[in-house]
Design a protein around this ligand. Sequence first.
Ligand SMILES: Nc1nc2c(ncn2[C@@H]2O[C@H](COP(=O)(O)OP(=O)(O)OP(=O)(O)O)[C@@H](O)[C@H]2O)c(=O)[nH]1
Length: 598
Amino acid sequence: MKQNLIRNFAIIAHIDHGKSTLADRIMEQTQTISARESKAQLLDDMQVEQAHGITVKSRTVRNFYQADNGVEYEYNLIDTPGHVDFTYEVSKSLAASDGAILLVDATQGVQAQTVANLRLAQENHLTILPVINKIDNAAAEVDKTEREIRALSPKLYEAKIYRISAKTGKGVHEVLEAIHQVFPAPSGQTQAPLKALVFDSFYDSFKGVIAYIRIVNGNLKLGQQVKLMAANTAIQNKEIGVFTPSRTATDELTVGDVGYIITGLKDPTSLRVGDTLTDANQPTAEAFPGYKPAQPMVYAGFYPKDDAYRDLELAIEKLSLNDSSFQYVRETSEALGQGFRCSFLGIFHLQIIRERLKDEYGLNVLTTAPNVTYRVHLKDTNEVQIVNNPIAFPGFAKIDYVEEPFSNIRITTDNAVLGDVMKLADAHKGQLTDMGNQAELIVLHYRIPTAEIAYDFFNALKSISHGYATLETEFADYEPADVVKVEVAINYSVVDALSFIVHREDAPAMTQQLVKKLKHTIPRHLYPMPAQAIVEGKSIARVDIPPLRKNAAVNGEKRSISKKQALLRRQSMNKRQAEKSNIKLSQDVFDSILDISL
Ligand SMILES: Nc1nc2c(ncn2[C@@H]2O[C@H](COP(=O)(O)OP(=O)(O)OP(=O)(O)O)[C@@H](O)[C@H]2O)c(=O)[nH]1
């Protein structure tokens, strides 16, 4: 029976431990692709992935492996992203797998993301195949890494641990053999009604919404009438197929197969990952529970440059289908016009989306300063407003108190930089809740305001630990906080899109730095303009943005009285016009808000 010959598995690892390289080797050794093709790291084909050298979006590929026992197996490999912001993608791809290769870089050993991904795999009841990578590297510490892996769980303590170089291919054959020996075959029923898990989706500009599916029970035939159960939508069944790794059409997908269906849906929002695909006439009795929606951490406004609102809207719709942790609603700002308030899993996720808009859709967006969600309790009505847009933050006179989100974070670091890491967490208002060891690393647990880790915390942590420390975050709860809204006024008029929320105690120092930066980033005009930071109606920081030219009327040059008077008249006319004129806001201006650190 074909089902017994299928293995569905993922590769999980810490960032840069070599998942994509191993995926390439597997495709090469199973002749799915040629060695020449694999040079280009086929799985990482999105431009943004190549620019950052990382995997953002999960990919799936079917390989046929001729095993040493003479049997040909179908290996469905699901590549997963490794960055901490993409844990959500990892958990989706794991739901479609039966096993996971736990890949650990021998030069780095077990890292925090190794542990986090292992936990996700265990939650999905996957069989784990531990593999040590980069054994060819002079800095490899293979025995030490092996001890660290064994210390992770009782099962791993006894497991056979494979040693490979994904780069040279050494040891990869043994891993290919282990895959069919260690991982279970899919367990579904051939005779039952069709039940398939939608574990990912993609928008194609010609073909519309394409769903990535794993057949759990029954068969899917081309043309069969099918529907999505949660969305209760009938879909067309014009093309089904598998990934080789490009899409290749087939007539049928059977139990255990991983492939795709072109749904005919044109609206990217009409399909949700986690939905169940089933037969329209003979539906399965029980649908999948669906995925927990991702918990967004950071919100920011995206505004089109060059009047491309409609193009931006379409692109954002498509990206949010392709990446279900990225969501949006429409918003309007007086300063910037129509735009979108978007949610992200973290600041790195935001950057990736921004780059994808540029690379894949040719769109430049203006991004406002990111913020977290606040719960604002109002005085008179006892109403609680959920605010993730500083523009909508209620006036201070109406506010009873505000709650801000807190996160539990876990930093894994080595001893050498422990002091600096703790100083960083302190500076960001972290309260140390626990401290322990994992393998030879120190694990620190903090409770910390989410706003403190939402922006540059991760980069700061990477930089003080020379790239080694890792960060895992988890939303904890809301807690009352003394936060205020800072409004920025330029030439006495408030620019709404520049508003942001900050802890009251940090407001004086932050706004001083901000106005200094604004002095250099706000485009100069012919007249001087004050830039002010206003908190609760009071200006707490101010700087004068100098005019473009020297003020000829007062600079002491020898001029006739009448010439000076003429200049003064012209300047006062400029000033009056200025009140009406719009300040052109560049990305630099918004970045001034982000850059300020205490
Ligand atoms: N020396 C050596 N280098 C390797 C080996 N495997 C991968 N690398 C290198 O390690 C780096 C990261 O490899 P990738 O395969 O891109 O890592 P990844 O885990 O897919 O990275 P993300 O997708 O960003 O999580 C690349 O520069 C690879 O060339 C190996 O076996 N030996």
